[in-house]
Unconditional design. Structure first.
Length: 211
């Protein structure tokens, strides 16, 4: 791996998004630090389903996740999907559950060039030997968000989901939980459509450190 990292530095200028040392993707040191964190239950007002998180958002994941989502560091997908799978292992996966990613807005997907939620759900499902399905959709921001600050835009966006139904229980998955508004809204939309929500899992919990 050190040879590959050296080659990445010389030939590609690649660096670890966590600490910026030469590396192809997340370096061994950052990966080791994140895997040492015990998976924990997320506590948020109004979240009435069990949500597990693999690690705190800060340090490291506050750099790794945005670099993956917004800067095209798609080589981090496998590592992040592995962290998500680790948090999912605390749920009962023997009921024929489907992993369901929280939907991104279409304009965000176009800007980024990938739907990061689907990428992570698919990767975690493959590791765990379970199914996944994109049952949630969310509209683009549009005129309704004009004049709102960042928190207002997030809360409005979180409140608008459409659902494709399934008869199987689902576990909702996302990259980061902050206030919990998006998870609450997605869980509510699924339940309103008659979908059984068995739990939720995220990679990072932002409330472990201030955000």
């Amino acid at each position: 791996m050190r040879f590959l990292d050296a080659a990445a530095d010389l030939l590609l200028g690649a660096s670890c998004p966590g600490c910026r040392i030469p590396s192809l993707g997340v370096c061994a040191s950052c990966a080791g630090q994140l895997r040492q964190h015990p998976t924990h239950v997320v506590r948020r007002p109004g979240l009435d389903t069990t949500v597990f998180a693999a690690a705190p958002y800060r340090p490291l994941l506050d750099r790794i996740i945005p670099t993956f989502k917004d800067d095209g560091a798609w080589g981090c997908a496998g590592f992040l999907a592995g962290l998500l799978a680790r948090s999912l292992q605390h749920h009962d996966l023997r009921q024929g559950v489907l992993l369901v990613p929280v939907a991104s807005r279409p304009d965000a997907v176009r800007r980024r060039g990938l739907d990061h939620g689907r990428v992570l759900a698919r990767g975690a499902a493959r590791r765990l030997g379970v199914g996944w399905a994109a049952l949630l959709n969310r509209p683009s921001g549009g005129a309704a968000q004009r004049g709102l600050d960042r928190r207002g835009r997030l809360e409005l966006s979180a409140s608008r989901f459409s659902v494709r139904r399934t008869g199987r229980p689902v576990i909702l998955v996302d990259d980061v939980v902050t206030t919990g508004a998006t998870l609450r809204s997605a869980i509510g939309a699924l339940r309103d459509a008659g979908v059984q929500v068995a739990g939720a899992a995220v990679i990072a919990d932002a409330n472990t450190f201030p955000i």
